[in-house]
Design a protein around this ligand. Structure first.
Ligand SMILES: C[S@@+](CC[C@H](N)C(=O)[O-])C[C@H]1O[C@@H](n2cnc3c(N)ncnc32)[C@H](O)[C@@H]1O
Length: 272
């Protein structure tokens, strides 16, 4: 139920429909030291050269698309696709006036309107856990648009590998499991090597990469799910209050720690 105040304005806004929040959340996530440390690892795996054609699926606000464009130069091509029109508009706004060879478009990574064999690289970061469909379809689409010898570089989290220090062990386990199950594809991190091979990629590699989650970001990350879990009776209000009280105390004492494991996976389309 949406609560209304005297002026009939909704007091509760769904995070899914709040684009300002989605952008602040994305920017805050990209500012985490663990995510910042991930970017050069992925760039190294991408091994971009001048003139390459690069596709980013789920490009968000396009910050990495601009980084790719600087590496491939004006003779290259970088395309950023995202399902969210406000994200694509923000990506275009952040790119205006930079004279970079980039294109942004609203599109669905599950059904790309792109020519087969038209890209040298596809990069996919933190899209597959959310995609409203089978992550394998996104990887098959990636394989289709890559030329022979082309490479995909993919990063995603595995939500059962969320570690949290500071609260009751059994309740924390239940909460981690419920968060993982609430993410559309919460286990996609561990599945990436298998999914890449299944989509036709060869020479598949997978390297684990952990991201430490500070307390304020942790609250953003889990709280909307916990509201839903409470509403569906997965936890009692008393359990949740006690859990957060323990975490607040741990944080105040400097003892809170949380981290989430992700996997950087790569695969290549075999040359004929
Ligand atoms: C967590 S953000 C990651 C953004 C970006 N990769 C980055 O590292 O900053 C996930 C993005 O995937 C987009 N997305 C979700 N489903 C999609 C789909 N089916 N096709 C294309 N983009 C999608 C969302 O709109 C969102 O911008």
């Amino acid at each position: 139920m949406t609560m209304l105040d005297e002026t009939e304005l909704p007091l509760v806004v769904s995070p899914a429909s709040d684009h300002g929040f989605a952008l602040r959340f994305l920017d805050a996530g990209n500012a985490l030291p663990g995510i910042r440390a991930l970017k050069p690892l992925m760039l190294e795996q991408l091994a971009l050269r001048r003139g390459m054609h690069v596709l980013e699926l789920g490009c968000g606000a396009g910050d990495d698309v601009r980084a790719f464009a600087r590496r491939v130069g004006p003779e290259g091509r970088v395309v950023g696709i995202d399902a969210s029109p406000p994200m694509v508009a923000e990506a275009a706004r952040r790119t205006a006036g930079r004279n970079l060879a980039v294109e942004f478009a609203v599109g669905d990574a599950l059904a790309l309107e792109l020519e087969p064999g038209s890209f040298d690289r596809v990069r996919i970061e933190r899209l597959l856990m959310h995609v409203a469909g089978d992550p394998a379809t996104v990887l098959r689409e990636s394989a289709r648009v890559l030329r022979p010898g082309g490479r995909a570089v993919v990063f995603d989290f595995d939500w059962d590998a969320l570690v949290i220090e500071g609260a009751d062990r059994e309740l924390t386990r239940r909460i981690v499991r419920s968060c993982s199950d609430a993410i559309r594809n919460g286990w996609v991190g561990r599945a990436l090597p298998r999914l890449l091979r299944g989509a036709g990629f060869a020479d598949v590699t997978a390297v684990p990469h952990g991201v430490a989650i500070p307390y304020d970001f942790f609250g953003w990350l889990v709280s909307s799910h916990l509201d839903e879990a409470l509403a569906t009776g997965l936890f009692t209000p008393q359990e949740l209050i006690a859990w957060w009280d323990e975490l607040d105390r741990a944080h105040a004492a400097g003892d809170f720690y949380a981290a989430l494991l992700g996997i950087v996976a790569t695969g290549t389309i075999a040359a004929p």
